[in-house]
Write a protein that binds this ligand. Sequence first.
Ligand code: URA
Length: 264
Amino acid sequence: MIEMNSVREILRWHIDIGVDEAIGDAPVDRFSLVEASAASIKAPNPTVTRRRAESTPPPSQASEELVKAARNLAAGASDVDALRSALMGFQGCGLRKTATNLVFFEGAPSAKMMMIGGAPGAQEDRQGKPFAGPSGALLDKMLESIGVQRNNVLLSNIVFWRPPGNRTPTEKEAAICLPFIQRLIELVQPKILITLGGSASKALLGESQGVGRLRGRWFSYKSAALEIPIDATVMFSPESLFKTPNQKRASWQDLLMIREKLNV
Ligand code: URA
């Protein structure tokens, strides 16, 4: 018989690794299913197993190939719909295996402002839209405070599937998804680009200092197919504002700086 304490520990362990949602009404013992199907499979042919291991490229080479594949796919997209279709067919990012939906972007491709966050969370994963949960509601209020409606901004993230347990995307995941967000920026060519949080600033601006040091100034965002660099700035992510409300003061200053640039 399982003790109540161990049940609690098992539940806590599941939550910690990102299993925070029930997908069925009744539990299924998947270990017994695996054992049953393993018993019905013949032992593998050692020659085949060895050959496959020898031909598997090392992880860094494999990621380079995935980045190259992502770059080729993204470069071939001539508008945002084609880019979305390309991303839907892209199997190179491991995050898609655990996600429910692709979360690419929301907003008009003619938007003057793009805001790019780190990664979709649970609500975003469920709805297939970026900034759909409490972070999005806070972002809407922040935008309204400077007279900007959400539908006038294009919202996206540096990775397009929810990382399990809302963990930060790894550098490899960000690198594999980067060509798609870079192409999205090239196609939209906004007047202003805003990165929300440290992961987005690092991936898009190459800046690895903390947001507290990066915010409050303008950077120049460039990419290969972009004719004119884009004015970019860094803000705290809405999640960070929930955790550390005293950052809201700095964010208000950032919003005023953005409003001034938008009105120029
Ligand atoms: N935070 C992000 O960075 N992106 C989202 O889509 C939602 C919350």
